[in-house]
Design a protein around this ligand. Structure first.
Ligand code: ASP
Ligand code: MG
Length: 410
């Protein structure tokens, strides 16, 4: 009797060299021996995708997105083939497949495609004859047979999507850290590994700078309740379970602290204070496909007001082009751009039912003389824009003020 399907995803550092690939093969083979059917998803060998992006950049400042996908999808094709060979060496039957061969069908938005459908036919056929199936992460194919990729970190999405359609018992994400932490352990020495976290919290933390999981994959995992386990590929220890929210999770005020350092703040000064101006600015930014994040508008004591917002650094050039045009049409006086900011956030579903979280966060920042430039809140998060140079000290201070280094009683 087979025990069911397990999806195991290995990130770039887990397959960075031949020794590690052999290590991964051993782990996969052991899981198979326990009686599970195993579907493996792998990222490109560590650093490969960045190298490919860099290579393209040396040829073209503005490469066609279709060709970027052709290029980037090669990384994962290397790692799946090598892992299949490593499994063969262990006398474990295995087959590697590209996204297209599996039938991972996406829309056509090259470099950030969304999965529309995953065919299980081929996967099931190979599993049935006892093979480990190794699927190239991060890639799919659109209805015109064009290769697409799922956005950086997209192998997580591949793993979640496969776990969902195969109704896997578990979707294991193997990485170079022991799990999900209360803060980046490289910054906060006593950051604690979490035993569990809710989908919603993981989604927020990932969107707000925690690199351990691709944010988009967490939306899908949460929507379909895909059971997930983030754990180290270098140890057998349990990592962090990502699960449905349970009642006890609400007793914890803040699950984690994070800082995002790749956004810029744009301030348009002296925007005429009358209906329609904000709409004009943000409509044009949206049309240019710019991902605007925090927006703050002040009261105006005169007939004009200042509007500030943040955008990803990668969108700053496009933003500047749009904004320069806009300020002329609306008659705003000036605009400033600031790249030396960081967005500091605390996340926790406990905020829904507890008050005073913001006050506590601001107090911790004040004690360290960290100035807050913008604030935004949602039901389960509070974010502050601060100076980038203050980011690490702010993360440490806030982590401490919420006592995150201590294990909660429940
Ligand atoms: N190789 C791709 C990247 O580096 C996808 C992934 O690793 O998840 O973004
Ligand atoms: Mg990753």
């Amino acid at each position: 009797m087979r025990k069911g399907i397990i999806v195991q995803k290995f990130g770039g550092t887990s397959v960075a060299n031949p020794e590690r690939i052999i290590g991964v093969a051993k782990r996969v083979a052991a899981t198979k021996k326990k009686g599970y059917d195993v579907v493996v998803v792998v990222s490109a060998l560590g650093g490969t995708t960045d190298e490919l992006v860099d290579l393209a950049g040396r040829i073209s400042k503005n490469p066609a997105e279709r060709e970027m996908d052709m290029l980037l999808a090669t990384g994962e094709q290397v790692s799946v083939a090598l892992l299949a060979m490593a499994l063969h060496e262990l006398k474990q039957e295995a087959i590697s497949l590209t996204g297209a061969q599996v039938g991972i069908v996406t829309d056509s938005s090259h470099t950030k495609a969304r999965i529309l459908d995953v065919s299980t036919q081929k996967l099931r056929k190979e599993l049935r004859v006892g093979k480990v199936v190794i699927v190239a992460g991060f890639q799919g194919v659109n209805l015109d047979q064009e290769i697409t990729t799922l956005g950086r970190g997209g192998s997580d999405m591949t793993a979640v999507a496969l776990a969902k359609v195969l109704k896997a018992k578990m979707c294991e994400i193997y990485t170079d850290v022991k799990g999900v932490y209360t803060a980046d352990p490289r910054i906060v020495k006593d950051a604690r590994k979490l035993d569990s976290i809710s989908y919603e919290e993981m989604l927020e933390l990932a969107s707000l700078g925690a690199k351990v999981m691709q944010a988009r994959s967490m939306e899908v995992a949460g929507k379909f309740n895909v059971p997930m386990h983030v754990r180290s590929s270098f140890s057998k220890k349990k990592g962090t379970l990502i699960t449905k929210e349970v009642r006890a999770m609400e007793d914890v005020l803040v699950r984690g602290v994070t800082a995002k350092k790749d956004e810029a703040k744009v301030t348009i000064c002296d925007v005429p204070d009358k209906p329609g101006e904000a709409s004009r600015i943000f409509e044009l930014l949206a049309k240019a496909d710019i991902n605007v994040d925090m927006i703050v508008q002040n009261i105006s004591r005169t007939k004009a007001t200042d509007i500030s917002f943040t955008v990803p650094n990668s969108d700053l050039k496009k933003t500047q082009e749009v904004v320069q045009k806009v300020i002329k049409t609306i008659g705003a006086k000036a605009v400033t751009y600031n790249k030396s900011i960081a967005k500091l956030s605390v996340v926790g579903i406990g905020m829904r039912s507890h008050s005073g979280v913001a006050a506590k966060m601001f107090k911790a920042l004040a004690a360290k003389k960290v100035n807050i430039e913008m604030i935004s809140t949602s039901e389960i998060k509070i974010s502050c824009v601060i100076q980038k140079k203050d980011a690490d000290k702010a993360v440490k201070a806030v982590h401490k003020s919420f006592g995150l280094e201590k294990k909660p009683k429940k």
